[in-house]
Design a protein around this ligand. Structure first.
Ligand SMILES: *Cc1c(COP(=O)(O)O)cnc(C)c1O
Length: 389
């Protein structure tokens, strides 16, 4: 396994081999292909008898370094890096599913994941059932003889409810299903689903992994056996991550632990402050003792994460006014940046849903989601305070 035991050390010390220049920081390998030593080596590479680079659609030293780091962080055997988070979600499902198969999907998953599951897969005869995060007792009865996979996110977006990973890991094992967890919100620094029985862990590396709003990327990690299927599928369908973005993301991971520590420290302070504010009806943050799953959060997460959700009194109108009043924070639908970002899902990302559909995933009219950044906490609170006035 790894030479290093600690997350911070492997994040900075896992590196591709030096070239003849003995560089300290990995160079970017901007090459589409690689040359063979001789006919025998070429034959062995194509026959998968030896490891090595052939063509950047298959592998590249930069993507390999990024993959090796994420595998070490997640406790996974192998992985494949792809061009976006959505490519990771799509590939990690499509590589395993065929006409006639069925998926169990958590209703609160990312919007585009919803579109893949409910609009694209049915064209190919792949069926699904949505299950609710707050009713785990109902999940088992929706498992069918043709169910192949469970797909979920925890904490959920934007209501920050949790799924008990140990429980769902056992459910997947009992029914011989592939458990696929989108671990984008928590990052491997806060939560490692494989430890609890997940078979695949997927990421939008665009969010906290890069964490600086620069690059789009994704990754799928899991057992050697499952990633072999993902690699076969990806090698021929071509979602590979570019060397440049691989390099950016691998570099970003060097600071993931320190960034997440500060994100979480700021988020907890903001959540605690919001709880005392008279204009705020309710605050949701996994590491607040008032969170209904506080004990579970402590069990499966190292810290509470960077997202804080709260409900302002006064519904949609007040929520919109809050956003218009912000002076420092960015108003964007994105998350996972050094800059604090505020979103009002009811009037933006989830505006196309009916009130009832929104309520099903916990999006009440006054819900504001904040992706807490790395500014000084006093400035973050100051901005929220004046916008709530
Ligand atoms: C952003 C996001 C995605 C999609 O990732 P992209 O890199 O934008 O393609 C998937 N899942 C979650 C939870 C996300 O936040």
């Amino acid at each position: 396994m790894n030479k290093y035991d600690n997350f911070e050390t492997l994040a900075v010390r896992i590196q591709t081999e030096n070239s003849h220049n003995r560089e300290h920081s990995a160079p970017i390998y901007m090459t589409s292909s690689f040359v063979f030593e001789d006919a025998e080596q070429a034959r062995a590479l194509f026959a998968d008898e030896i490891a090595g680079n052939i063509y950047t659609r298959f592998s590249n030293p930069n993507s390999s370094e990024f993959i090796e780091k994420v595998c070490a962080m997640e406790g996974a055997e192998d992985g494949f890096a792809v061009a976006s988070g959505m490519s990771a979600m799509f590939t990690s499902m499509a590589a395993f599913l065929k006409n006639g198969d069925h998926l169990l999907v958590c209703r609160s998953v990312f919007g585009s994941t919803h579109q893949i599951v409910s609009q694209i897969f049915p064209r190919w005869g792949i069926q699904h059932t949505y299950v609710d995060i707050d009713q785990p007792e109902n999940w088992e009865k929706h498992i069918q003889p043709n169910t192949k996979m469970i797909f979920l996110e925890t904490p959920s977006n934007p209501s920050l409810d949790l799924i008990d990973l140990e429980w769902v890991g056992k459910l997947a094992a009992k029914h011989n299903l592939i458990l696929n967890v989108d671990n984008c919100f928590a990052t491997p620094y806060l939560q490692t689903p494989i430890k609890w029985g997940a078979h695949l862990v997927t990421h939008s590396a665009t969010k906290f992994m890069d964490g600086q709003g620069r690059a789009i990327g994704g990754i799928i990690v899991g057992s050697k056996e499952l990633i072999k299927e993902v690699r076969f599928f990806s090698r021929h369908t071509g979602p590979c991550l570019s060397p440049f973005n691989s390099w950016i993301l691998s570099k970003s991971l060097e600071t993931l632990a320190v960034r997440m520590d500060r994100h979480c420290e700021n988020a907890l302070k903001l959540a605690q402050w919001l709880e005392t504010h008279p204009e705020v009806e309710k605050v949701k943050y996994p590491f607040l003792p008032s969170h209904p799953q506080f004990d579970l959060a402590k069990k499966q997460m190292r810290q509470g994460g960077a997202l804080v959700t709260f409900y302002v009194k006064g519904g949609v109108e007040k929520g919109r006014r809050f956003l218009d009043n912000l002076k420092m924070m960015s108003f964007s639908a994105n998350l996972g940046d050094t800059r604090t970002i505020a979103t009002h899902p009811a009037s933006t990302t989830h505006s196309k849903l009916s009130d009832e559909e929104r309520a099903q995933v916990g999006i009440l009219p006054g819900l504001i989601r904040i992706s807490v950044g790395l500014e000084h906490i006093d400035d973050i609170i100051k901005d929220v305070e004046q916008a709530l006035k």
